[in-house]
Design a protein around this ligand. Sequence first.
Ligand code: PLP
Length: 363
Amino acid sequence: MANIEDKFMPWVMTAPQYSIAVCDTAWAHPEYGRMMLNENPVPPSPQVVEAVTEIIKSGNRYPDRMFRLRTKLAELHGVKMDNIALAHGSSETIDAMMRIFMKPGDEFLCSEPTFEMFPSRAGLTGCVNVQIPLRESDLQYDVDAMLAAVNDKTKLILIINPNNPTGIFIDDADLIKFCELGIPLCIDEAYLDYHPQVEAKIDLMEKYPHVFLSHTLSKAYGLAGVRLGYAVAQPEVVEAFNRMYLPWNISLMAMAAAEAILDNPGEVKQKVEYNNHWMDVFVKELEAKGLKPFPPHGNYMLVDANMTGKKSQEIVDAARDKHQVMIKTIKPIHGKDGYFRVTPGIVEENERFVAFVREYFSS
Ligand SMILES: Cc1ncc(COP(=O)(O)O)c(C=O)c1O
């Protein structure tokens, strides 16, 4: 009899896998500081908890299309309800955009490194990931090289702003060059709420019908485990997303949590201030040891420790084994294997991270 695996679509087992195994370790070891996943260390407020506790009493009922939540998000961005497509975390937006725009043989264009969910979900459509290395000098998007890679097969382009894992913003003039191509362009603004001085690119979405924005409540809003993301797009694109999603992709509990925090913007402001305070502390501590932290514009900081001769995995292992904090390895960038990424945790975890930096990078 034929092997069942021979019946799978060829790309099912060959697409890059996005592994969440690190979450298994983190949940199994609550003593470890979770500073590797760009989570928000501050738990939901009592108002959010109360709203979820209340709605679960209606958990026997199917949800509706959540016009009220969509309207609240639309008001936040100064757009209309039909510009908002709700997703089960922005990872679902990523998955749906691939299935809307890509078919086998098409090309998805993004940077290397990037948020790995994108190449993973793209690969599952059978399309080709075209990943252009960041500029070696400053790890900014290599805009010229990306534009040069565009061809007839390019069906979707991604710009994360600020980028993950670098935390760097792209210049507006460069972003517009991508918009002008007329190719579907996702601007992922998952971390923009940490830097409210920079506005969401609503104007680009309004001017260019093929441009759409991806947002999430997983980061500054601190609802990663609740799973709520949304795309801001022109109504035709929202309609395509809504057709691609499963009906009832958002649970009543996620809806209630989202509405409760949107009604209380002070909660997000406090979380952002907490994050940005600790980022300042980390920058000072890392610089004092001669390391090079990239300016953080989200809740994560890329750190260049290449000058120490230590490798990413060694650094991450030492932080976990000696100080019980989990930070993230970064694959070599332009052949350099001494980068890591860190996200603020709760106060004691941050203090342990600082102790690690002082001790480990002294030698
Ligand atoms: C750039 C970027 N986009 C999207 C996400 C996914 O977030 P979620 O699916 O939790 O909304 C992440 C998570 O780390 C991210 O870094």
